[in-house]
Design a protein around this ligand. Structure first.
Ligand SMILES: Cc1cc2nc3c(=O)[nH]c(=O)nc-3n(C[C@H](O)[C@H](O)[C@H](O)COP(=O)(O)O)c2cc1C
Length: 184
């Protein structure tokens, strides 16, 4: 059965895939991994057409989405032409090495894509952990509102990702599920 939430993402080295998995745990989503050639799995477009919400995910590479994700964006122009995703919920997440690393530019790329498609954007809806007592493992330590941000040291494996970032991803997924429920 197709879930009401689809997560479409690219991950070059498995880190963003781990975030996608955590988001999916929060909202029982269908995961659609864009492959190294920038292609969706079979029936991926049909699953996106059936979803109530589409969550976009990409690592931040050179201050933007990966080229594989951009290929998916450009391929979505045929959906755009018939406004096939109009009024679906949209949200996005990105992982990169730097705490900042220009991740916001990637989230803005997702936002712009969503608005071209006439979608309704949801941010994190989370308060930041930014007081003196804040610790790196806190929920939303990266203090992102526009979408989910996670940061992975450049030499860390996916298994070494910050547990608090993955908790933040699960809560972000739960928020998407809650908003979809409210839209019904
Ligand atoms: C081509 C390339 C460009 C990158 N550019 C950035 C960047 O602009 N900002 C940053 O913080 N990290 C950057 N990184 C680091 C990745 O975002 C980071 O290693 C991330 O965890 C990779 O996620 P993935 O395993 O899902 O591909 C870059 C990595 C690569 C391979």
């Amino acid at each position: 059965m197709t879930s009401s939430v689809s997560i479409v993402f690219h991950s070059g080295h498995g880190h963003t895939a781990k975030v996608a998995q955590a988001v999916a745990e929060g909202c029982d989503a269908t995961l659609l991994a864009i492959d190294e050639h920038g292609c969706l799995p079979p029936a991926g477009w049909e699953q996106l057409a059936a979803a109530r919400a589409i969550v976009f995910g990409s690592p931040t590479y050179m201050g933007s989405v990966s080229w594989q994700f951009k290929k998916f964006m450009d391929a979505s122009s045929s959906v755009w032409a018939r406004q096939g995703w109009k009024d679906k919920l949209a949200a996005g997440f990105t992982n990169s090495a730097g705490i900042n690393g220009d991740k916001l530019a990637t989230l803005h790329t997702f936002f712009t894509l969503s608005q071209q498609h006439g979608m309704l954007w949801a941010g994190t809806g989370m308060m930041p952990s930014n007081a003196k007592a804040a610790r790196r493992g806190d929920v939303n330590y990266l203090a992102s509102f526009a979408g989910l941000m996670t940061a992975t040291p450049v030499d860390a494996t996916p298994d070494e990702m910050i547990a608090g970032d993955l908790d933040t991803a699960r809560l972000f997924g739960r928020r998407i599920a809650d908003v979809v429920r409210r839209m019904n």
